[in-house]
Design a protein around this ligand. Structure first.
Ligand code: GRG
Length: 295
């Protein structure tokens, strides 16, 4: 991300160390473990873990409380990218500037690595000794993440995305697709971070859900803008692929200027959700990184 603070870099390194440690000790067969590690450790921005940490702090908690939720959401994210890149889905050869998992290994291994990453996320939430919350909170987090990932969340969004190619869609349909495909996991990242502290009030959780919903949409509008504006070498994946596949995007529906306007309005809505009952500086910083990023 562009102008991020020293603090955010340190947090990304913390996430990387935690992920590396869990992947080392997960006891997968050699080739599967290599593919899982390849998919996770390839240099992502760790945006979802950063959101989980900032959400924990926004309700007065310590970021360390959110270590396991932070890596759980990143594992789900990594799995979704591996499966999204497969020939049966988006058929991408490049991710984060590197060959995609199925190119570096093979298709079957990539499918299994994605499956195993998803299961590991839930195993950690259920069982990790690094998570100090009781069973009730663990269950709440598992439910939140399962709903965000599954047939009424990210998977539903991916299905809509596949069905949408070639069809002209209106803004509501586009918003719904994105809120499921990418927004649901971004929202889960924020909610799990807040839940992990055991400090969040129902009003704070409602405000955070609203913030995350808007931040997720801002993320997607920016992603659409990057797809037309950025260079492949900078974003680390093939630029212009959405347009080439005739996928509905904010830029295809509203043009670049219209998408920029919507991005600005969505950022303002996200900020408005950060009510005075939250210590929101960290979330605000991430919101601006989402909207101003170059990749
Ligand atoms: C296969 C079930 C299933 C779901 C896939 C998330 C998703 C659904 C597909 C990803 C396709 C895509 C490129 C969507 C655009 C938004 C997005 C998730 C971009 C990548 O996220 P970043 O920018 O990636 O946070 P890094 O590399 O920084 O982790």
């Amino acid at each position: 991300m562009p102008t991020q603070s020293q603090g955010l870099r340190a947090r990304q390194q913390r996430v990387d160390a935690l992920l590396r440690s869990e992947l080392r000790t997960c006891n997968a067969a050699d080739r599967l473990q290599q593919a899982m590690t390849y998919a996770v450790m390839g240099g992502g921005k760790r945006l979802r873990p950063l959101l989980a940490y900032a959400a924990a702090e926004s309700v007065g908690g310590h970021m360390e409380a959110a270590d396991i939720p932070a890596i759980a959401v990143e594992l789900i994210h990594a799995y979704s990218l591996v499966h999204d890149d497969l020939p049966a889905m988006d058929d991408d050869a490049l991710r984060r500037g590197l060959p995609t998992c199925h190119i570096a290994f093979d298709e079957a291994t990539a499918i299994l690595a994605g499956d195993a990453l998803q299961a590991l996320a839930f195993e950690l939430l259920a069982n990790s000794p690094l998570l100090s919350t009781g069973h009730g909170t663990r269950l709440q987090m598992i439910l939140e993440l399962a709903r965000a990932s599954g047939a009424n969340g990210m998977v539903a969004g991916q299905m809509l995305d596949i069905e949408a190619a070639g069809n002209v869609r209106d803004e509501n349909a586009l918003g719904r697709m994105h809120s499921l495909k990418t927004g649901a996991l971004i929202t889960a990242s924020v909610m799990l971070g807040a839940l992990s502290t055991n400090l969040a009030t129902p009003a704070q959780l409602a405000a955070l859900r609203q913030f995350a919903n808007r931040a997720g949409l801002a993320f997607q509008i920016k992603d659409d803008l990057l797809d037309v504006e950025a260079e492949t070498g900078v974003i680390g994946k093939q630029q212009g692929k959405d347009a080439a596949r005739n996928k509905p995007t904010y830029t295809s529906l509203f043009g670049v200027a219209g998408a920029r306007q919507r991005l600005q309005a969505t950022v303002e809505e996200a900020e408005a959700a950060l009510t005075t009952g939250l210590q929101a500086a960290g979330l605000r910083e991430l919101l601006h990184l989402i909207a101003d990023r170059h990749y």
